[in-house]
Design a protein. Structure first.
Length: 142
């Protein structure tokens, strides 16, 4: 079994009152999990209802929430999705959310050292705090 980390954002894509779990790193880790490997989501959510719903959703899919940090100051990330008359989506990515403040911890360092693959994107690097955490993780990755 491989240990594969999805590092960065986990969020809700919000469509006309409906919401779906999103964030490319989280989606990737969940697909790895479905393939029978150790897919690990590393992100940060707000200490709010949307954050609780994310952790519950991850648990219901069999994913660990051990590396989901909670933020008391910033809300859980959301992306507002709207469709034009032809059904083409447009996206508003809410700024200053919890995953923008991902912290690099000793626990994450230990995970980095045993990770066999890491997927990360650019969205969670828009803030210097999370960008530094991601770069530190990658620097320590085996």
């Amino acid at each position: 079994m491989f240990t594969v980390v999805g590092l960065g954002e986990v969020l809700w894509d919000v469509y006309d009152g409906d919401k779906r779990l999103g964030g490319a790193p989280a989606n990737f880790a969940l697909h790895v999990l479905q393939l029978g490997h150790d897919g690990i989501v590393v992100s940060r959510v707000g200490r709010d209802e949307l954050g609780r719903e994310i952790t519950e959703s991850l648990k219901s899919m069999g994913a660990s929430t051990e590396y989901i940090q909670e933020d008391e100051e910033h809300p859980t990330g959301t992306v507002r999705v709207s469709l034009d008359p032809q059904g083409r989506p447009s996206f508003f990515i809410v700024p200053e959310v919890a995953y923008d403040y991902l912290e690099y911890t000793q626990r994450l360092r230990a995970l980095a050292e045993r990770a066999e693959a890491v997927l990360f994107g650019s969205l969670a690097q828009r803030n210097p705090k999370s960008r530094e955490a991601i770069r530190s993780f990658l620097g320590d990755a085996g």
